[in-house]
Design a binder for this molecule. Structure first.
Ligand code: VG1
Ligand code: CO
Length: 542
């Protein structure tokens, strides 16, 4: 008989989920009882799991397999009847959302630290997604955190490990573990949304693309969909084998970290299209030949062209974007006569809008785009939507975006990140900004229309979220936004978002760093960045 043990434990400080779950160094998670406490807190907070099914999987990073074994043994001890686990412990975040919804489960536990590096000295993360498929809303994450503070015991089955590489059913202390192909359900969903025949014809006609999986979770998904189903030549997918340390890389799909891809797209004989995804497969970067599409523009272009895709042929109910994301999508929504919602940063805030049918497409400036097909942002989905648009329009990426700007105007945009700064200095900087009253003043020649700390009332369930980022909005609509990251594990990261609308097509070609130079200087001055952090330049510019 399997032994279900109740283990006495004491609480750990700081098990507070951030923008997307609990993210800490692997070494922190490896402390005895640390992971177990958090998992039991999840089980205690989401209601009785007896007889229910739970989905478990992760991005394949170091500690993924170890954590999955613990979670399965704890799920069995907490009465779950069934666990669906991706083979090898692999499940991209959007694929997890797809499976949670499709099989009407009691939600899922996703192991990922997304774009943060992996390995014994790097990052790990864990989050719970609700039965609707999306990240747990704040009420749930707060309940989980509260539970971690008074936890005294957890339950676990004292049994041998599950074979995570063996497809099919295995019994684990009375719970049925079903190891399934992590790609199949997701690939089927993608085929139902996009015109695969048109994309196949595009590739057959010699269209060339590169997809950089960055040695993270999307490798198997991209290979199966792009190369096998859509006929893109072998080698289209780069860095396609998931590795526990992502090949020592930083699986963040931006111009700095996806350097192999950037070299290919900006080099000689560049392919027509380039894309990359992050550690857990929910982010995307889109490149054309010699051309970078900002995530904010990508959302707007996809929204404007959505009806070219079979899954969106009926049109969009609405668009939602996070507050720091540029207003390019708002212009498309206005043109289409549909609502545009502005939410705090983090995909969890889109869930209610998607469930209520108020929004069809959602996006964040941080390389996140998605739709109502799942309840997470979805990297490969965005790439396929672009491919569908390219197959229908048969124009280069750069031309599609320039046409878009000519029609709607360009929301010139950039984000400056100051990573790994001193936490006290970062908090001091935010407190300083919060204390400013700038309305009616001139900053570097720009009149301030208002400044505030963004607060959001969910239009569906009425829940309120405060302190979601400092906004300084100028008379001409230009904006500077300041936030501290809620996903980092070392010190603090200050994000500064700068945006200015440019209606004149003659100025659309300008490099955003040049076009936004005045606002960038205003941002640095008003926040006293150098004096408070010692930094003269950001670490990453996107
Ligand atoms: C960042 C992004 C945010 C995104 C979050 C999770 O959060 O800014 O837009 O939703 O990461 O994405 P923060 O708090 O560090 O700014 V992922 O791909 O890490 O799940
Ligand atoms: Co991610």
């Amino acid at each position: 008989m399997p032994v279900i043990t109740t283990v006495a434990t004491t609480s750990f400080e700081g098990q507070k989920p951030g923008t997307s779950g609990l993210r800490k160094k692997v070494r922190v998670f490896q402390q005895p009882h640390y992971l177990e406490n958090f998992v039991q807190a999840i089980f205690d907070s989401i209601g009785d799991g007896t007889g229910k099914t739970i989905v478990v999987g992760g991005d394949g990073r170091f500690f993924n397999r170890t954590a999955i074994q613990v979670i399965l043994k704890m799920a069995a001890a907490n009465g779950y009847a069934r666990a669906l686990v991706g083979r090898g412990g692999i499940l991209s975040t959007p694929a997890a959302s797809c499976v949670i919804r499709k099989y009407q489960t009691f939600g899922g536990i996703i192991l990922s630290a997304s774009h943060n590096p992996g390995g014994p000295d790097e990052d790990f993360g864990i989050k719970y997604n609700i039965p609707a498929g999306g990240p747990a809303p704040e009420a749930v994450t707060e309940a989980i955190f509260a539970r971690t503070q008074d936890i005294r015991e957890y339950r676990i089955a004292e049994v041998g490990d599950v074979d995570l590489d063996q497809l099919g059913e295995q019994n684990l202390a009375g719970m049925m573990v079903q190891v399934f192909d992590p790609v199949a359900d997701y690939a089927e969903l993608m085929a139902s949304l996009f015109d695969f025949a048109a994309i196949r014809a595009l590739f057959a006609g010699g269209f060339r693309m590169k997809f950089d999986a960055m040695h993270a979770v999307t490798g198997p998904y991209a290979t199966a969909i792009l190369e096998t189903a859509l006929g893109a030549p072998a080698g289209t997918v780069m860095n396609g084998v998931p590795l526990e340390d992502f090949g020592h890389g930083h699986p963040d799909p931006n111009l700095v970290h996806a350097h192999d891809l950037v070299e290919a797209l900006f080099g000689a004989d560049a392919p027509d299209f380039g894309a990359a995804s992050d550690g857990d497969g929910d982010r995307n970067m889109i490149l054309g030949r010699d051309f970078y599409v900002t995530p904010s523009d990508s959302l707007a272009v996809l929204a404007a062209n959505a009806t070219l895709c079979p899954g969106y042929a009926q049109g969009l109910a609405g668009i939602a974007r996070s507050m720091p994301t540029s207003a390019a999508a708002d212009r498309v929504a206005a043109g289409l006569g549909i609502p545009c919602y502005e939410t705090p940063t983090g995909w969890k805030f889109f869930g209610t809008l998607l469930d209520a049918g108020k929004a069809t497409l959602c996006g964040e400036e941080s390389f996140g785009t998605g739709s109502d097909h799942v309840r997470e942002k979805d990297g490969l989905w965005a790439v396929l939507m672009w491919l569908n648009v390219l197959a229908a329009r048969r124009q280069p990426v750069a031309e599609i975006v320039r046409d878009h700007w000519a029609k709607y105007g360009r929301n010139v945009y950039s984000r400056h990140d100051y990573e790994g700064i001193d936490t006290a200095a970062a908090n001091g900087l935010m407190a300083h900004l919060r204390g400013l009253e700038l309305k009616g003043q001139q900053l570097g020649g720009y009149g301030v229309a208002f400044n505030d700390d963004f607060a959001y009332t969910d239009p569906v369930d009425g829940s309120v979220s405060t302190k979601q980022g400092i906004r300084i909005v100028f008379d001409d609509g230009s904006r500077i936004v300041f936030r501290l990251s809620g996903t980092g594990t070392e010190g603090a990261t200050l994000r500064v978002y700068i945006e200015q609308f440019q209606p004149d097509p003659a100025l659309h070609h300008l490099d955003p760093q040049v076009a936004l130079a005045d606002l960038i200087k205003i941002a640095r001055d008003v926040a006293e960045i150098e004096a408070r952090t010692g930094r003269t330049e950001p670490t990453v510019i996107t």
